[in-house]
Design a protein around this ligand. Structure first.
Ligand SMILES: NC(=O)c1ccc[n+]([C@@H]2O[C@H](COP(=O)([O-])OP(=O)(O)OC[C@H]3O[C@@H](n4cnc5c(N)ncnc54)[C@H](O)[C@@H]3O)[C@@H](O)[C@H]2O)c1
Length: 271
């Protein structure tokens, strides 16, 4: 379904860990839509080596960067501008990690150093990415920056724990930096709030299978897949969405506007 939507655009894609990753699908779609881009992930995530396959398929260079390190981000933006031959038109921030969730820490017994880490990796890094890009003047006018969020920013999903706070902060940063970047450079900043998706980060949350299936039944269109999300990202990077900024965009098959659905009623009747 490629339409050359991103022809001539240069980008940076964070967060492709393996082929289930949302960022992986975004890279494949961006390539098919005519973009050129660099790929990046935390040095520790490179050890799996999976990203090399993606880089080869997309003719992309990989530049390792811990998204919490300003030094790494400066290197990433400078090198990307150099390699791609000009300023950047789009950035995907597809990063999430909570040590409290990963280690199964109860919400009433949070480790606060880990909470700080959750916020730094999953939310503050979004600010760091934009502040670095601004200081290096690395973005083109009308560029588009996206972060990926989840509805736990607005509603409570107990097992999502401190990641809920990270997502609320991520969406808040998108609004505040979106206002600033629009004023300074006409760069737009949004978050996409995605359905539960079977990825490493997703399935790391306790009870994921149950709330994946609950969300699917509560969404009139069913859960949006990683590929659906990638197509939406491509549209948001394209010139068709030039005037969309400072938004948290629901990409969830209708979940967020549903009270109950026939499918769920049928399921509950069976129980
Ligand atoms: N999977 C879901 O159900 C779901 C739903 C809504 C939103 N999201 C969000 O989508 C985004 C991508 O997650 P995913 O589901 O594709 O899972 P994923 O595990 O494939 O991707 C998460 C990525 O974050 C990277 N990362 C972690 N720490 C980092 C650091 N310090 N510096 C740079 N990168 C780092 C990981 O290496 C990994 O590539 C996350 O923000 C996640 O919260 C996921």
């Amino acid at each position: 379904m490629a339409n050359n939507l991103l022809k001539g655009k240069r980008g940076i894609i964070f967060g492709a860990l393996d082929e289930r990753s949302i960022a992986w699908k975004v890279a494949e779609v961006a390539k098919a839509e005519g973009a050129i881009f660099t790929l990046t992930n935390a040095p520790i995530a490179m050890r799996m080596g999976e990203i090399n396959k993606l880089a080869e398929a997309c003719d992309s260079e990989i530049i390792p960067a811990d998204a919490t390190s300003i030094e790494d981000l400066e290197n990433l933006f400078s090198k990307s501008v150099e390699i791609l031959g000009g300023k950047i038109d789009f950035v995907l921030h597809s990063i999430g990690m909570s040590p409290n969730v990963r280690k199964g820490r109860d919400y009433g017994d949070l480790n606060y150093d880990w909470l700080t880490k959750t916020l730094d990796v999953s939310a503050i890094s979004f600010h760091k990415v934009m502040q670095t890009a601004e200081k290096l003047d690395a973005m083109n006018e009308w560029g588009s920056i996206l972060g990926l969020s989840y509805i736990a920013a607005q509603r409570t999903f107990p097992d999502y724990s401190d990641m809920a706070h990270a997502k609320a902060m991520l969406e808040s940063i998108a609004r505040s930096y979106g206002e600033r970047y629009a004023r300074l450079k006409k760069v737009r900043v949004n978050t996409i709030s995605q359905s539960p998706t079977m990825t490493t980060a997703g399935t790391g949350v306790g009870g994921f299978d149950v709330f994946y299936s609950y969300a699917d039944q509560m969404s009139p269109l069913g859960n949006a897949s990683a590929l659906d999300c990638a197509n939406y990202c491509a549209m948001m990077f394209s010139d068709y969405t030039k005037m969309v900024t400072m938004q948290n965009l629901m990409h969830d098959g209708g979940f967020s506007s549903s009270g109950i659905t026939d499918r769920l009623i049928e399921q509950l009747k069976k129980d």
